[in-house]
Design a protein around this ligand. Structure first.
Ligand SMILES: [Zn+2]
Length: 280
């Protein structure tokens, strides 16, 4: 073989390996935000085998980027700032990271009726059942294919209420806002932000017409106050597929979509997964 030929064949091999790796690097990794309501994106290994990693005893999403594995762990709004640990399953090894505090804004809302503030016995028991179903859906773990962390914004519109907002209804403190509100005209189409399976498509007391989608590896999204549901429980949905229409059902003061994103059972800021998203 001449020197030139040798050079060409080596280059071709090198290029071929680049192409192969390009296929593997398709995964989008969100930015690490080490605050309550954020995500910890941490390298957890290399090689072929996906490491099994847990946070607070719960399995977390691990995805490949290049030839490296990254854990993407949801940090709960209720997690106290300080040192946290990712643990490898069946190994004593752990990786630490530090969660910093974040001050979210406050908002006081006046509701015309007290129906959704002081609940009747019947409504309270209904809500308890729905809360249990919701909790089970948000902590679901399933595995298929590669996780898709680059989400589509499910509806066009203005961000009317940010994630993490501390709210008071008629003077009574409530839990912080666990999703992002997007204001849009009644009837606006809502699409699935990634492939997944519909776990819940039902009417809830507070959340009105609601959908929960399982995207796998602990990534679950929810859609509330919808006017109409276009999918049913058990349906498989494709990224960009219509799932329903914007409405104002349940405890809502006007047409909007409440969009929630859960990772390993913790609600996190949906904007983390929208590349073009901006913080307000
Ligand atoms: Zn909301």
């Amino acid at each position: 073989m001449t020197k030139l030929l040798k050079y060409i064949s080596v280059t071709t091999l090198f290029l071929a390996s680049l192409v192969l790796h390009a296929g593997e690097t398709a995964t989008f990794l969100p930015e690490s935000r080490l605050v309550p309501g954020g995500v910890a994106v941490i390298k957890v290994g290399e090689g072929k085998k996906r490491p099994v990693v847990t946070y607070k005893g719960r399995k977390i999403l691990v995805t490949k980027n290049g030839d490296k594995w990254f854990a993407v762990a949801g940090i709960s709004l209720y997690d106290k700032p300080g040192k946290k640990y990712l643990k490898y399953a069946n190994r004593k090894k752990s990786i630490s990271f530090v969660v910093k505090s974040k001050k979210y804004k406050e908002q006081h809302i006046t509701l015309k009726t007290n129906k959704h503030v002081n609940l009747s016995k019947k409504d309270l028991s209904r809500h308890k059942g729905e809360k249990k179903r919701s909790g089970q859906a948000l902590t679901r773990w399933s595995e298929s294919g590669q996780p898709d962390l680059k989400l589509l914004q499910p509806v066009e519109g203005r961000y009317s209420s940010p994630f993490g907002l501390k709210r008071f209804f008629n003077g009574q403190p409530r839990r912080p806002h666990s999703g992002l509100d997007i204001a849009a005209p009644k009837g606006s189409p809502i699409v699935a932000p990634a492939n997944g399976t519909v776990m819940i498509a039902s009417n809830f007391f507070f959340n009105g017409n609601t959908i929960y989608i399982d995207h796998g590896y602990g990534l679950v999204t929810m859609y509330c106050h919808m006017e109409k549901l276009s999918v049913k429980e058990g349906d498989t949905v494709k990224k960009g597929q219509l799932i329903g229409l914007v409405g104002t059902t349940g405890r809502s003061t006007g047409p909007h979509l409440h969009w929630g994103v859960a990772l390993n059972g913790s609600m996190v800021d949906p904007l983390i997964f929208i590349e073009s998203g901006e913080e307000k």
